[in-house]
Design a protein around this ligand. Sequence first.
Ligand SMILES: [Zn+2]
Length: 428
Amino acid sequence: MGNRNTAKLRKLKEVLTYAADNIPWYRQRFISLGIDVAKLNKISDMGMLPLLSKKELVALSSTTESNFAKQDLFYIGFTTGTTSVPMPVYYTKSDFAEWEQLLITAFGWGDTGVRSHGTVGLAIGRFGINALALIEATRKSGMTVMFIDTDIIGIDGLIRMLNDFQVTILFTFPSLVRELAIRIQETNQGYPRSLRQIFTGGEPWAETLRKLVKNVLNVEIYDIYGSSEAGLIGFECSHHTGLHITAHHNIVEIIDPKTGMESKPGEYGEIVVTSLWRKGIPLIRYRTGDLSAWSNVTCPCGLSYPIISRVRGRIDDLIFFGSTKIDPVSIEELITAKFGQSLGFQVVLDRVGGRDRLIIRLEVQAEISDVESKAREFLDSFSRITEDVAYIIQTKLVHEPMIEIVSKGHLERSGERKTPRLIDRRSR
Ligand SMILES: [Zn+2]
């Protein structure tokens, strides 16, 4: 333990020194805050380093004066920016090599003999650094890779591809896995026989929904957590105890987003990551905006990487009523439990006479028997789902929450293909 922490501290100091030496923005920041890297004696001292917001990272990434962008650069791309402006992302050659290796290890692709004939399908939207790293990791593991653009071929096209090309491993978003399962059920097709594993990332989803979908598709589903900026931060092993942190590559903290204080185990907070390997853009105490909690579980897999719970959504998705909040994943869990299937949903908020009105829109794709009484049951449970929700209903809403049943394709979309969980029309 001691040795590992010493090595980590050494790496951290290297990263800080590199940032200060190469990036004027970091250098000035450290000077103005009186930070002396040499005085860092233990990992926990990093709490004195300032947090890095996404906004600051955008500014930092966009500066042309930094010489980091000229050094050993392999890749320049842009984050997809579902909620904000696209941000440039730089990877050096060594960054990329590290990431590739990290993926191979996390997916258990080290033993290439077992899988050398597999086909990996990538249905991950736009082509970017994630796709590139996955393609390279696949190639190095001796497998075949196929890029699947579902915006062009649609969900039926995806099912056809999975079957025709005997795809064994699929990388995609949870919302697409959900659509896939619904379509397979709707059309009474059997599950894709060759498919063994699905890796999902990029969106949170409820465990109840995941189980449901897993049964329809008859596959193992693994969550992976990362971003274009930070690479792979966490991954699930076959025991699904949570996300194992890639602790040799990143230092992860979970903080209270309001106070910046470290969260206790089990307490949800914002994931903050310090990358020990990214040189393209050093990430030092970067606020990801994602919610998770430390877990005390000891995983039977034997990996010594610490575990955080699966990502519970983005802080931006939390539905705030003053300081109390509703977490959309808990709504998804309840919907799946009450309706026995996955339904698309959206929370719509507006203001009526100085109070908030809350409507939950449910997208019903096919006939559901007894939908009215199921909706009533759902609302009843919703009002008691957490103490926060009960409090909000009593004190903040103009009347009880309401349900609106809409048919397929009638939820509001934001740009590409994502359905925002929250439409907030309350003027502030
Ligand atoms: Zn494990």
